[in-house]
Design a protein around this ligand. Structure first.
Ligand SMILES: [Zn+2]
Length: 293
């Protein structure tokens, strides 16, 4: 072999090159724009903040709301911003025709006998707020409605705290899982087709894990050499240029034989567009229906 060609990534703002995907910074769930620094993120998206600010002023004027609103003192309240981002009452999403999704968080705060709303428009990345475009506070229901009244918005369930409770898993099981993980990964890297989705991009697909487990197209069950039960979840997802499928392999662990509480521990999850790879994983007993963990 001669000289190996390196992969390269360009900062979306300054176009600086980066050779490792580890140093990339991303703020959008749906788009793969990457940046080299916080400054470049600000530089790239900053002009959009101006748009949202001007637009908010325009709507305030149209609704004849006072310019000097006393509530604006709360606009920079870190605590209220944090609550609106992490524990919103409502989250609305608006996707435009180029696939950008703006999320609008709304939260009502009580002050004495009255209340006001905080409105935050932001991007999400890995299911958490990432870049903020607008922070507004108001007691005007019309203004709040303006931010949630567009028909193409759909209210999504936003679970700020979707971490499962900590489970006590015995060390020998964890060690066995680690070994399976590395074996599975080695096997996957060997059997992949060169035209398939690049390994470096797998993290962009991780968000599909939950949907695949909760609403799989297929589940396969088999026992491996260590006599552990493995479940393979498969779901296909539409994408701009064809479908891809997402595969999650889990080990089923019975932590307490007296109770009916099997736990699924993920071993490997990955996207692929290669039907031959799918065939390798779609083996064992096909189970119909959904299994809850
Ligand atoms: Zn840059």
């Amino acid at each position: 072999m001669g000289i190996r060609r390196q992969k390269v990534y360009f900062c979306h703002h300054c176009h600086k090159t980066m050779e490792s995907s580890d140093t990339l910074m991303l703020v959008e769930e749906e788009a793969s724009r990457c940046f080299c620094s916080e400054d470049c993120i600000m530089g790239f998206y900053g002009p959009r903040n101006d748009y949202f600010d001007l637009n908010a002023q325009r709507i305030r004027a149209e609704l004849k709301l006072p310019e000097k609103d006393k509530l604006l003192q709360y606009k920079n309240s870190e605590e209220k911003i944090k609550q609106t981002l992490e524990e919103p009452d409502e989250v609305w999403e608006q996707e435009n025709e180029v696939g950008e999704v703006y999320y609008t968080h709304l939260k009502e705060f009580k002050v004495g006998t009255s209340s006001f709303w905080m409105i935050i428009i932001c991007f999400h990345f890995q299911e958490e707020p990432s870049y903020i475009f607008l922070t507004e506070v108001t007691n005007s229901k019309e203004l709040v409605n303006y931010y949630r009244s567009e028909e193409e918005f759909s209210l999504i369930q936003y679970e700020a705290d979707n971490e499962p409770p900590e489970l006590e898993i015995p060390t020998e099981i964890l060690e066995s899982v680690e070994l399976k993980k590395s074996n599975f990964l080695a096997l996957l890297l060997q059997s992949r087709d060169e035209s398939d989705i690049e390994y470096e991009k797998f993290f962009l697909y991780e968000k599909n894990t939950v949907t695949t487990l909760e609403d799989p197209d297929e589940i396969f069950k088999h026992r491996d050499e260590e006599n552990d039960t493995l479940l393979t979840y498969v779901k296909s997802f539409p994408e701009d240029n064809g479908n891809f499928f997402y595969i999650v392999v889990c080990m089923k662990v019975d932590l307490d034989s007296s109770a009916d509480d099997d736990v699924l521990i993920p071993i490997i999850s990955f996207p692929s567009t290669d039907p031959n790879l799918y065939m390798k994983y779609a083996t064992g007993e096909r189970i119909s229906g959904n299994i809850k963990n």
